[in-house]
Write a protein that binds this ligand. Structure first.
Ligand code: GLN
Length: 487
């Protein structure tokens, strides 16, 4: 197998062994990116020149033996993370020409680890969406079937990793935007514990939920990238002050005695038959490895979508008020006075989904509705967190499907936002509770589209989740399937 198809771990090893230089590797992957771009539209910005300069620097560090852990490994970042000197658009017309003046904390951490940034990936506008159809820069296509969506909002990162354009990419997850596109494209997506990775330089959507994380093809790679991007950052008040932790330390631990909680609410009627079958088969594999399954109850989890679509728009309406055409972003060419300038700039700069959420958020925060919606949602958020705490008293991890269905066709849900919102039913609670989760591939449906298994755990159990995911990947080869090849 070519090193171009390798994992992060394999590429890092090949670079260290001088089997290939980073400039050669980067050049070859940039060629793949260019070839795939017309069909997939996974990137908004491709930075060939910058990438090759970083690759040359990595080669120099590798030559003198002082290279950091991931020296020379090409990656991509979701275009919601600020990258100094490079366009950061958030998939919006509002920021179509915006050059970030500084790096997000996770971006600078991954630079320090030696990674090479090939470009910025396409996404739903301001990370609002589940299908990547709300991007100002056009939809992303699913590498397994171009008529289907790759999921969202981090659809470009997911498609790029699934199509083997890069071995890993960053994403952000506010309600499922890493785990759901990972599931739709047959790769791994890790949403860390809230506060493990800094939000500094992540353009805010819903600050109490936004979580930077990782796409890769293996659990091991997710751990390697997480190790590099996690860490305390005093510039984010919610960043956890914790000592450095190696989240790959337990990868190989046997699973005998692992208690897997199966929430009743995750195995109901709404789940597609192929998805349900694949999840059952994955659970059988875990039982074969000595894990035990226990039924658990999350009585309030069914309210999580409703809670999210009050709280996230509320926070978004506040966060997005900074885009006023004055300080940065799009400004209307013609206006009569200041208020008209605000109105026209925002009307032109934002797309329909962003406007829908700003309107909803402003409404639920307004005098007279605040108690009925925003405050009520905060109370239910607490009840959902209590449900999870009770469940984790009976088990080590929770498992279930990532989504009720596999990737749908482009346009299929475009006119029905509520139907689209309901697809986040299994992922959103992880954001409301700040807890980590990983999506790993576990099969294909009758159309040949990937199915994902969601593994969730209590706060700060990433090492355990990666161990549970890794042992499955040691025994199965779903993660090794390549789009376009016979399955
Ligand atoms: N699909 C969800 C939404 O539309 C989640 C988005 C996200 O996690 N950024 O808001």
């Amino acid at each position: 197998m070519s090193v171009l198809d390798g994992t992060v771990a394999e590429m890092a090893a090949a670079l260290r062994a001088k089997a290939i230089s980073s400039v050669e590797l980067t050049r070859a992957l940039l060629a793949r990116v260019d070839t795939a771009q017309p069909a997939l539209n996974a990137f908004i910005t491709i930075d060939a020149e910058g990438a090759l300069a970083q690759a040359a620097a990595a080669d120099a560090a590798l030559a003198d033996g002082h290279a950091p852990a991931l020296a020379g490994v090409p990656i991509a970042h979701k275009d919601v993370l600020m990258t100094a000197g490079l366009r950061t658009t958030c998939g919006s017309r509002m920021l179509a020409d915006y050059i970030a003046p500084y790096d997000a904390h996770v971006v600078s951490k991954l630079r320090d680890a030696g990674t090479v940034l090939v470009g910025k990936t396409n996404m739903d506008e301001f990370a609002m969406g589940s299908s990547n159809e709300s991007s100002y820069f056009g939809p992303v296509r699913n590498p397994w079937n171009a008529d289907h969506v790759p999921g969202g909002s981090s659809g470009g990162s997911a498609a790029a990793v699934a199509a083997r354009l890069v071995p890993a990419a960053s994403g952000t997850d506010t309600g499922g935007s890493i785990r759901q596109p990972a599931s739709f494209t047959g790769i791994c997506g890790l949403k860390p514990t809230y506060g493990r990775c800094s939000r500094y330089g992540l353009v805010a959507y819903a600050s109490s939920l936004d979580t930077p994380g990782v796409f890769a093809r293996t659990a091991q790679d997710c751990g390697l990238i997480l190790n590099a991007m996690a860490g305390h950052d005093p510039r984010d008040a919610t960043s956890l002050p914790r000592p450095r932790e190696d989240c790959t330390r337990d990868l190989a631990q046997p699973l005998a005695g692992l208690r897997i909680g199966l929430p009743r609410q995750y195995f109901g009627d709404g789940v597609d038959a192929d998805v349900a079958r694949a999840i059952e088969a994955a659970l059988d594999e875990y039982r074969a490895q000595g894990a035990v399954t226990v039924a658990v109850d999350l009585p309030n989890v069914g309210l999580s979508v409703a809670v999210y679509y009050v709280l996230a728009p509320a926070e978004a309406s506040s966060n997005l008020s900074r885009f006023d055409g004055v300080r940065y972003g799009h400004r209307a060419a013609h206006y009569t006075d200041l208020v008209d300038m605000y109105k026209k700039s925002r009307a032109e700069g934002f797309g329909a989904e962003v406007k829908r959420r700003i309107l909803t958020g402003t409404y639920v925060l307004s005098h007279g509705y605040y108690d009925a919606y925003y405050l009520k949602a905060q109370k239910v958020r607490r009840l959902i967190a209590d449900d999870f705490a009770r469940a984790y008293a009976q088990c080590d991890v929770l498992m279930g499907p990532v989504t009720p269905r596999t990737a749908y066709r482009l346009g299929e849900n475009a006119d029905d936002p509520v139907q689209m919102y309901l697809g986040d039913i299994f992922t959103i609670a992880g954001n409301l509770t700040g807890t980590p989760g990983i999506s790993i591939p576990c099969g294909f449906d009758r159309q040949g589209l990937p199915i994902g298994l969601l593994i969730q755990g209590p706060a700060l159990t990433e090492a355990r989740l990666l161990n549970v995911a890794h042992r499955f990947q040691q025994a199965t080869d779903w993660h090794a399937r390549v789009p376009g090849e016979a399955r």
